[in-house]
Design a protein around this ligand. Structure first.
Ligand code: CTP
Ligand code: CA
Length: 226
């Protein structure tokens, strides 16, 4: 693991992290999902715990070990994640939405396994709730952090998300870049804050990056409380 300097600067804080993909049911044996491994979110939860925080991790289905000392709540769909996050939100000081929430879900989850019929088929989709955006409307002092997974126009899209979701920080990564994004053990990110700051990080292990992100969050929280 990444050993930080023993400074527990998140002592007394509650950190809520979401991680992993969501699964949107088509029928009892099929779903829509994405390639998120959950590694970044789990690294953040683990780092926050080591830094002294009380940590709640709302996790989609992943193949990772539960981080020590962290309260884990497992969810499947975007809707379930939304409900779990809303429940914990009032007690949180810092909220980090690292989950790759599905943007769409089937309009109808069939109660029985769909049988093939020899021809093609169409699944009608509807949008899921934008959890981060909803939190942005409801926040009362929580420091709200989102991710932006992009393949082009990173800065433009990241700034748009920062504003539209009323976030305090957006961590943008180019998921097409080697060593960044889904499934990898490393990430390459640029952090944008509502205070107008921009900071690009070199390629780093997700554990190390998690620690750097909390240092940045802590600095921003202290600066805004002056
Ligand atoms: N997010 C969320 N709920 C959703 C979709 C996204 O809370 N239904 C959050 C993600 O957890 C992430 C941030 O919003 O912190 C940005 O997610 P991203 O997929 O990059 O952006 P979207 O707003 O979904 O837009 P698009 O996928 O079109 O780029
Ligand atoms: Ca999305």
């Amino acid at each position: 693991f990444f050993a930080h300097d023993g400074n527990r600067f998140l002592e007394g804080k509650t950190v809520l992290v979401t991680a992993g993909p969501t699964r949107e049911r088509i029928d009892p044996v099929r779903y829509l999902s994405n390639d998120s491994s959950g590694k970044m979110g789990y690294a953040l939860a683990e780092a926050a715990e080591r830094l002294g925080a009380r940590v709640i991790l709302v996790s989609g289905p992943v193949r990772l070990q539960k981080p020590f000392g962290v309260e884990v709540e497992e969810v499947e769909s975007a809707e379930e994640m939304y409900r779990a996050v809303l429940r914990h939100f009032p007690r949180a000081d810092i909220v980090i939405k690292a989950a790759a929430v599905a943007d769409y879900r089937p309009k109808r989850a069939e109660p029985e396994k769909i049988k093939k019929n020899g021809g093609g088929m169409t699944i009608e989709l509807e949008p899921t709730v934008d959890i981060l955006k909803e939190l942005g409307k409801r926040k009362e002092g929580q420091f709200l952090v989102g991710f932006a997974a992009e393949t082009e126009n990173i800065e433009e899209y990241a700034l748009k998300k920062l504003k539209e979701k009323n976030a305090d920080m957006i961590i943008a990564n180019n998921v097409k870049e080697e060593g960044a994004g889904f499934g990898t053990d490393t990430n390459i990110v640029t952090v944008f804050t509502s205070a107008g700051e921009k900071k690009a990080y070199p390629i780093m292990a997700k554990q190390r990056l998690a620690y750097e992100i909390f240092k940045e969050i802590d600095r921003n929280m202290r600066a805004s409380r002056k």
